[in-house]
Write a protein that binds this ligand. Structure first.
Ligand code: GLN
Length: 194
């Protein structure tokens, strides 16, 4: 991919854009349906999934995002991961139904809101260690059969892929790590076609 959108309605746009630039991918700030036309993939950043739901609705983006996702890869991080799910434990959130999983909001780190943990990521035959930054993170409570787990903490998945879509419970844009975004930039619709 040469141009990747980052949903810029709310939340952590700038850091994702910086990682993309390091990979020589041009970030596109996506706020309106027409912004999607320029993008080969889209990142939905962290933020607050209830607020994002409202803003996506207000900007008339649900249908366009759904259409875009049929052809192009989406990567949801943290609040973005919640929006990727088929089920969420909060009915104020309207999801995009892209990854077959049930997600509980704010369910990681009940004792502490935020934490950093060492992760082992396996993507595309390569395994590497990285730090995962979790901020009021969602937890994957159930996962469908077609979903591949790329990283876990204590047997709980925190990075997953289904077809050409990906989701992370943590914030890969907050560490000095580009490999997650690089892997995302290689996803293709063909991965979802049987
Ligand atoms: N707690 C937020 C939510 O439920 C997600 C937090 C984040 O994106 N850092 O939407």
């Amino acid at each position: 991919m040469k141009r990747v959108g980052v949903l810029g309605l709310q939340g952590a746009y700038a850091k994702h854009a910086a990682v993309l630039r390091r990979l020589e991918i041009q970030p596109v700030d996506v706020r309106r349906p027409s912004d999607l036309e320029k993008c080969e993939g889209l990142i939905i950043p962290g933020g607050e999934s209830t607020t994002m739901t409202k803003l996506i609705q207000e900007n008339d983006l649900y249908e366009n995002l759904g259409e875009f996702a049929r052809e192009k890869p989406l990567f949801g991080t943290c609040a973005g991961m919640i929006l990727m799910a088929t089920q969420v434990d909060d009915d104020r959130v309207r999801t995009l139904d892209l990854i077959d999983m049930t997600v509980d909001r704010n369910a990681y780190g009940r004792q502490v809101d935020s934490f950093v943990d060492e992760l082992e990521v396996t993507a595309d035959g390569e395994t590497f260690a990285m730090r995962g930054v979790f901020i009021r993170a969602p937890r994957i409570a159930a996962l469908g059969e077609g979903v591949e787990v790329l990283a876990s903490i204590d047997d709980e998945p925190v990075l997953v892929r289904q077809g050409h879509h990906m989701a992370a419970a943590f914030h890969p844009e907050l560490t000095n790590e580009t490999r997650i975004h690089r892997y995302f930039s290689t996803l293709k619709r063909e991965m979802s076609v049987a």
